[in-house]
Ligand binder design. Structure first.
Ligand code: DQA
Length: 141
């Protein structure tokens, strides 16, 4: 099973950025744990701060991968282009947010991208990525 984790803007700063909200772990460290925990999964990770680069990656992987786990960061709340990219690919996408976006500023409750996703997970910290991965794994059983 081939899965892509796609992280958007500012998520390269995980572990350093607003640690009270996002925690102290870097995504690279978490990704190593995840690979060990799910050795049967062909797990790929890509992060970019640019909307277009995220769209390019969705196009690149979105017809051959078994699943995409997307944390679009702030583009979640603004990007119709990312929403259209998800609609245009065949690989199912699960949206993940580390923080509980619904308990924060009201603009964070809007997600354009989630409209085209299978579902969305928010508020469980990094564990949300694992939840999304478990969804894809049970789906093939
Ligand atoms: C986030 C929530 C977004 O509102 C924010 O812009 C982020 C991170 C999260 O994972 O909780 O950058 O996607």
């Amino acid at each position: 099973m081939k899965i892509l984790i796609l992280n958007g803007p500012n998520l390269n700063l995980l572990g350093q950025r607003e640690t009270a909200i996002y925690g102290h772990q870097s995504f690279d460290a978490y990704f190593e744990q995840l690979k060990k925990k799910f050795p049967s999964v062909d797990l790929h990770y890509y992060q970019n701060n640019s909307e277009g680069k995220l769209i390019d990656k969705l196009h690149e992987c979105g017809f051959s991968y078994d699943g995409i786990i997307l944390n679009g960061g702030a583009y979640t709340h603004t990007s119709i282009a990312i929403m259209d990219a998800i609609a245009g690919i065949t690989t199912p996408v699960v949206e993940v947010h580390i923080s509980n976006v619904h308990a924060r500023e009201s603009f964070r409750s809007t997600s354009f991208s989630a409209k085209k996703c299978v579902g969305a997970i928010a508020g469980f910290g990094m564990f949300g990525y694992e939840m999304a991965l478990s969804y894809f794994l049970q789906k093939t059983k």
